[in-house]
Design a protein around this ligand. Structure first.
Ligand code: DGT
Ligand code: CA
Ligand code: CA
Ligand code: ZN
Length: 585
């Protein structure tokens, strides 16, 4: 039996709280499960050991009754209370929680009053006026729910790269270690580091196609087999994503690697370039055209050889979106793209002072362990009250704490004291200039009033950037990939204003955001606007998000010199202070 993880326990406890809410149970009971779920998420000890020694009850937020339930779950792999509770509900009802705006109260109402037990039924009832006619709902609510259902359909079937990477790498390693396999890669949008992927495209070369395909379709990740052949198989994993496997020979591998990496638009140009030389290019070979005219076909061993044969420098997978890479590869002007190892530090990180789950000390230790030379702290400001944003007094106390910790940690590593200050509706900031002036740097972000018209939102953000204390702009569009649309904002105008005011633009590396989008970085670079790759970490483990930010930065054609946190300690300070010294700033 697989070991029960803390995350799994937290999820079960959270589900219980949700079901109790649906049943309209006592709020204290509901809260007890919610607290216990949170306690599990942040529990840093060994779960099996705590169960064995009976010490779970000592955890804040875990009472005797819940401790017993956790023990049952950890020891037996099952929780009877949870199973019994779950059986009381029609299964489709839980899907409704995935619709923005549908909480337990509303779900209970449509279930009890209209007998709705699935998203499909909910959609129909929003369409025919039944939902609008219910007490506490109305036309507007029904329309919002309908829109949320449509949005979900639009996103259905795509996955965040942050959610699939671990399994994709595990599968790649699994295939690599098969003795029959010579070469392997995960191709498609995943290799191009797109922010979301429709499916995964694995490629292997081997002399034993049946054996390798057989292992692929029987892997423990697999929920169902869609197609199973010697050279082509498709499966659905338990996580919901489809994974394809292509099996080729060693000689075919570079061509298949190039073809299945895509994009389709990139492939099209590659094929045209081959045709222009009198050759044909497909996923298996570069061949002479039927007429047998033209130059002899060069030998190909690696993917780079294909590019060379077509008169091109090697194009990194991230750039293969048919957005100018061919012209640059022909003229030898492709940029040398930034790499993870180039990052010396990072900004925009939260601690337990606002809505983070790790302490200042833990964050500093984790940054040091990652080999970073500096870490910027930027907790929320007071207007973000739901995130326990800091007021002036708490912020200044944190600055003191940071100074003290810097002394303790000694040279070679530094915490920078900052704030993620809210940009208020009119573009003013949530904290006064006298307070901001005492910080090492400031990230300014929009966290409220998302529905302004584009012109007003753009003006609002530009006004914030005009404040000389605003070092960088946080998550430009506020988008949450696959769940919340970006608010309307004029990217080009923001980039212009960033250039004019000397404001850095953040590349928020949280895989749910990856904001500013990669498509806009070439313009920023052209205008001389600098990038800061920030994980927006709310836990020590999330400092690793930098890795996803690097993928997006590379897709945006960024070099080390375009990214301020490529600078070491000793050089970065001047960049953070530059705007304050600017004339008229
Ligand atoms: P996705 O899965 O929607 O995130 O995007 P991709 O790019 O991974 O697309 P996918 O999985 O349909 O196909 C993988 C690659 O195979 C794609 O990037 C390029 C190549 N490919 C697939 N179908 C075609 C096609 O009809 N024409 C060309 N030229 N290439 C194709
Ligand atoms: Ca794909
Ligand atoms: Ca595919
Ligand atoms: Zn934020």
């Amino acid at each position: 039996m697989a070991e029960i993880t803390k995350d799994h326990v937290a999820e079960v406890l959270g589900d219980i709280a949700t079901m109790l809410e649906l049943k309209d149970e006592n709020v204290f009971k509901i809260r007890a499960y919610q607290n216990a779920a949170r306690a599990m998420e942040t529990f840093s000890g060994n779960l099996a050991q705590a169960v064995g020694e009976g010490t779970l009850e000592k955890l804040a937020g875990v009472g005797k009754a819940i401790a017993e339930k956790i023990s049952e779950l950890v020891v037996t792999g099952n929780l009877s209370y949870y199973n019994i509770l779950k059986a009381e509900f029609p299964p489709g009802i839980f899907d409704m929680f995935g619709i923005t705006g549908m909480g337990p109260k509303k779900i209970q109402a449509v279930w009890k009053k209209l007998g709705i037990t699935s998203v499909g039924e909910l959609e129909a009832a929003c369409g025919d006026g039944r939902v609008a006619g219910m007490k506490g709902f109305g036309e507007k609510t029904a329309a919002n729910i309908l829109k949320a259902i449509e949005d979900r359909k639009k996103y259905a079937g795509r996955f965040l790269i942050g959610d699939i990477e671990e399994d994709a790498m595990a599968m790649r390693e699994f295939l690599r270690e098969l003795p029959e396999v010579t070469r392997v890669e995960a191709c498609g949008s995943f290799r191009r580091r797109r922010e979301t992927c429709g499916d995964l495209d694995f490629l292997v070369s081997t002399r034993e196609p049946e054996q390798v395909s057989g292992r692929f379709v029987k892997h423990e990740f697999v929920e169902s087999v869609i197609a199973h052949g010697a050279t082509k198989s498709s499966v659905r994993w338990k996580t919901g994503i489809q994974a394809d496997l292509r099996v080729v020979t060693e000689e075919q591998f570079p061509f298949a690697l190039n073809y299945f990496t895509g994009s389709k638009e990139h492939n099209l140009v590659m094929r045209q370039r081959a045709l222009a030389r009198g050759w044909t290019l497909n996923e298996y070979r570069l061949g002479e055209a039927p007429k047998g005219e033209g130059q002899p076909v060069p030998e190909i061993h690696e993917e780079a050889d294909i590019y060379r044969a077509l008169g091109l420098d090697f194009i990194p997978p991230e750039l293969r979106e048919s957005m100018g890479e061919f012209a640059a590869a022909e003229q030898h002007t492709l940029p040398r793209l930034i790499e993870r190892e180039n990052l010396r530090g990072t900004f925009h990180n939260h601690t337990t002072a606002s809505d983070g789950r790790s302490t200042l000390r833990e964050m500093a230790d984790a940054a040091i362990a990652l080999g970073l030379e500096y870490l910027g702290i930027a907790d929320h400001s007071k207007a973000s009250f739901q995130a326990h944003g800091l007021d002036e007094a708490r912020l200044l106390a944190q600055v003191e704490e940071i100074h003290a910790l810097n002394k303790e940690l000694g040279p070679g590593f530094r915490l920078f004291a900052g704030s993620e200050v809210d940009i208020l509706k009119d573009g003013s900031l949530d904290l006064p200039d006298e307070v901001l002036a005492q910080l090492d740097y400031v990230v300014a972000s929009v966290h409220s009033v998302f529905s302004l018209p584009e012109a007003e939102m753009t003006k609002r953000i530009i006004r914030a950037m005009e404040n000389k204390h605003v070092t960088m702009l946080g998550h430009l569009t506020g988008r949450l990939l696959l769940s919340r649309e970006a608010y309307a904002v004029d990217h080009a105008a923001i980039i212009e204003a960033a250039a004019a005011t000397g404001t850095i633009i953040e590349l928020n590396a949280n895989p749910r955001r990856l904001d500013m989008d990669w498509r806009w970085w070439p313009l920023a670079k052209e205008k001389g606007v600098k990038c800061a790759i920030n994980p927006d970490a709310h836990h020590t483990s999330q400092l690793q998000y930098l890795h996803f930010g690097i993928g997006t930065a590379r897709k945006g054609w960024l070099r080390k010199s375009d990214v301020v946190n490529g600078l070491p300690l000793g050089k970065i300070e001047a960049v953070l202070a530059a705007k304050r010294g600017m004339k008229g700033g």
